[in-house]
Each structure stands twice: as structure tokens, then as C-alpha cells.
Design a protein around this ligand. Structure first.
Ligand code: NAD
Length: 297
């Protein structure tokens, strides 16, 4: 007769249950790429505010330095570095500097992105390559440069940032969607291959988040229309995406790997913004009914 395996309850599960009250990333060090603006900056602020140390890496050193200085002003640990994620030498130098300074690298969060805007039939193939270099090759090289240090961490995690454009079709965005789709698939493969090293790899898929990039790329009237189609009725804050990214990067998410998780206010499930036979969204109908009721009282 085969021996009974131990009952699950007898395995030592020593996870703290009060993780919402106390930090699970105290003392951990995160390399945050694209940390000079928008969601990357929010990730750096949130990681540092919860007791972590951050390296704010960005193509724009001035912005990265501003974010690092702001964090230093709160008493947390931060430093800035110039890094172009499409340049292997920049990646190697940043990782080396980070480990020399903090003595560890537990978390990689990458938000950097680049792409042109045009129809597939008009794509300049140099732009196509540059987008893949920045949005796919760069994240692979980054993760590989971090790998030896992540393997030494007690709770290593990588968070890549994709887009709904990598899940559904997104017209006139050139290589943007294809690179984000590749990033999601690559992250799943990385999660499988690096699970043996106890490194978790996940992807955050932001909806429309009110960042400098969104303000630059999307016209104000389109942003207003987008708010109408987001069930929660507004754009997201970079800090809301950062909460998800830092959670995924923390030991609180210790059994989550290989997942692509939306942070979009319900946008991705709202196929019928204005239901068939109606002329307004649910939110607009309820607001109108409330106005009518108030007027009738
Ligand atoms: N804002 C949105 O609504 C939205 C929606 C879906 C997905 N996203 C994704 O979220 C991520 C962050 O977007 P954001 O809105 O915070 O943008 P953002 O422009 O505010 O910040 C991006 C940062 O990345 C830096 N960067 C760009 N190219 C780089 C490179 N080659 N090397 C290093 N740094 C580089 C920029 O200098 C900038 O500081 C991107 O990957 C984007 O595709 C954003």
C-alpha cells in the first residue's frame, strides 16, 4: 500500500495574514524602468512608500531624478539612472549600479514603451523594429540581466506592462498592439521557465490611465468619450495601476504567476456601452432618472 501524502493543513504556511496593514516588501529593492513619468513614477512612489528601495530608470534622466528626489524627500531610498531599454549596455550598467548600491535586486517593473501611430499598410519597417526593440527585446534583455540577482532574492518578481491593444485589435497603432501581444506571451513563457527559480512573472494591462502619455496620444474629446465607455465612469489614476503592480511584485501575490491582469475600470468587459434599443449609457440613464426624480419632488 502506498503511503498517504501529508494533509495540506500540515504543510507549514507561514504567510502573514495582515498584509494589508503592514508592508511585505520592506527592504526589498526594485528596478523600475520608465520610472520618470506616469505609471512607472507611480510604481516607484508606491514601492518606496511601502518600505522598498527603488532605482528609477528612464530615458529621460531629468524626470527620473525628479521622481527619485521626491522619494528621497519622504525619507525613503531612491536613485535615478539614465537607461534606454533598447540599449543592452544601458541595461547592464543600471543593473550593476543597482546591485553595487543596494546589494540586491528583488523586483523588476518595466513600463517603458515606444511605437509609431499608423496603419499596418503604411508602417515604416525601421519604426516597426524600433517598437519591437523597445517593447519586447528590451524587456527580455532587462529580465535576463536581472536574473542572476533575482535568483538570490527570497521573493523575486517581475511585472511587465502591456495594453489591451495586445489582446484585441487596435487600428492605426502600427506595431504597438503586436509588441504588447508579444510581451504578454513572452511573460507567460518566462513565468513557466523561471518558476523553477521561484521567480514570478506577471503582466499588468492598464485601461485608459490619466498619464502624460495618454494626454499626449489621445485627443481630449476622445478621452471624454472614453470616460463614457468605462463602467466606473472615469479614467484611472497612475497610482491605481501602481497598487496592482506593487501587489503583484510583493510576496502578498506569492501564488500568482504567468497572469495578465486588467486594471481598466471595467472597460474590457463593456462591449455594449449603450445597450441595444437605448440611447444612453446605464450611468447616464441613472443620472437622468435621479435628476427627474429630484425635479418632481
Ligand atoms: N496611459 C495609458 O492609458 C496606457 C494604457 C495602456 C497601456 N499603457 C502602457 O503603460 C506603460 C506606461 O505608460 P504611461 O502612460 O505611464 O507613459 P508615460 O509616457 O507617462 O511614461 C513612460 C515612461 O517611459 C519612458 N521611456 C520611454 N521609452 C523608454 C526607453 N526606451 N527606455 C527607458 N524609458 C523609456 C518615458 O521617458 C516615460 O518616462 C506603457 O508601457 C504603455 O504602453 C498605458
Amino acid at each position: 500500500m502506498t503511503e498517504m501524502t501529508a494533509a495540506p493543513e500540515s504543510r507549514a504556511d507561514q504567510r502573514p495574514l495582515d498584509w494589508m496593514k503592514r508592508s511585505t516588501i520592506e527592504g526589498f529593492a526594485a528596478l523600475i524602468v520608465g520610472g520618470g513619468s506616469g505609471m512607472g513614477a507611480a510604481c516607484a512612489r508606491t514601492f518606496a512608500a511601502n518600505g522598498g528601495k527603488v532605482m528609477v530608470a528612464d530615458l529621460n534622466l531629468e524626470n527620473a531624478q525628479r521622481v527619485a528626489d521626491e522619494i528621497l524627500g519622504t525619507g525613503a531610498q531612491a536613485m535615478a539612472v539614465l537607461l534606454d531599454v533598447s540599449k543592452p549596455a544601458d541595461i547592464e550598467a543600471a543593473v550593476k549600479k543597482m546591485v553595487a548600491t543596494y546589494g540586491r535586486l528583488d523586483v523588476l517593473i518595466n513600463t517603458a514603451t515606444w511605437s509609431a501611430n499608423c496603419l499596418l499598410e503604411d508602417v515604416d519597417m525601421q519604426d516597426w523594429s524600433k517598437a519591437f526593440q523597445t517593447n519586447v527585446h528590451g524587456p527580455l534583455l532587462l529580465a535576463r540581466a536581472c536574473l542572476p540577482h533575482l535568483r538570490k532574492s527570497p521573493a523575486a518578481a517581475i511585472v511587465h506592462v502591456a495594453s489591451l491593444a495586445g489582446v484585441v485589435g487596435y487600428a492605426r497603432k502600427s506595431a504597438y498592439g503586436p509588441t504588447k501581444g508579444a510581451l504578454i506571451t513572452m511573460s507567460r513563457q518566462m513565468a513557466l521557465e523561471w518558476a523553477v527559480y521561484n521567480i514570478r512573472v506577471n503582466v499588468v494591462i492598464p485601461g485608459t490611465i490619466d498619464s502624460p502619455l495618454a494626454r499626449k496620444m489621445i485627443r481630449p474629446e476622445v478621452l471624454a468619450d472614453r470616460e463614457r465607455t468605462i463602467p466606473l465612469g472615469r479614467l484611472g489614476y497612475p497610482s491605481e495601476m501602481a497598487d496592482l503592480a506593487v501587489f503583484l511584485a510583493s510576496p502578498a501575490a506569492s501564488f500568482i504567476t504567468g497572469q495578465a491582469i486588467n486594471c481598466c475600470g471595467g472597460f474590457s468587459i463593456n462591449s455594449f456601452v449603450v445597450p441595444a434599443g437605448m440611447t444612453e449609457t446605464l450611468r447616464e440613464a441613472m443620472q437622468r432618472e435621479a435628476r427627474e426624480q429630484a425635479a418632481g419632488e
